[in-house]
Write a protein that binds this ligand. Structure first.
Ligand code: C2G
Length: 138
């Protein structure tokens, strides 16, 4: 019987794009089960992050990505240790823009940072959309 290796990650996943998808696919390759904690709208306010797409839709999109096995809500910065215990997490992993920020979790599970996908971000998409609108929608 193959041991289940459960991977956990956190994110906003606003305006879901190829950078998010590639990360989730690589996260799934680290183990056999992928749990994704999606930041709620209230928590994004605490993060100082303005989201375009409401939590319910962001969570439903992520939940329906083939390599994702479970979606939970991310409500605060402090829930990670409890989540690791509650979901029997073997590997915590994030994109490397968070390199080092979650090393305190090494006491509870493996911590892996994966390279981000270049040339794509929600901020960049918004900027490109604005310049598109300036040119074509005037
Ligand atoms: N990501 C990536 N490549 C990109 C953009 C994002 O690999 N081009 C990764 C990020 O490194 C992160 C995940 O995709 O691991 C989700 O990115 P965001 O939605 O921007 O998440 P963030 O706001 O960083 O939330 O407690 C942690 C926070 O909730 C993380």
């Amino acid at each position: 019987m193959k041991k289940e290796i459960t991977v956990l990650t956190y994110g906003t996943f606003d305006m879901f794009h190829i950078g998010h998808l590639k990360l989730l696919q690589r996260l799934k390759e680290l183990g056999t089960k992928l749990v994704v904690a999606v930041s709620t709208d209230e928590f994004n306010k605490i993060k100082g992050k303005k989201t375009l797409i409401p939590f319910a839709q962001r969570a439903l999109i992520v939940e329906n990505i083939k390599c994702v096995d479970m979606v939970i809500a991310e409500d605060n910065w402090e829930q990670k240790i409890d989540d690791i215990k509650k979901y029997n997490i073997d590997i915590f992993s994030m994109g490397d823009d968070w390199e080092g920020k979650f090393d305190f979790l090494k006491e509870y599970c493996d911590v892996v940072y994966l390279p981000r996908t270049d040339n794509i971000s929600t901020t960049q998409l918004k900027q490109e959309l604005n310049s598109f609108l300036d040119i074509y929608e005037k």
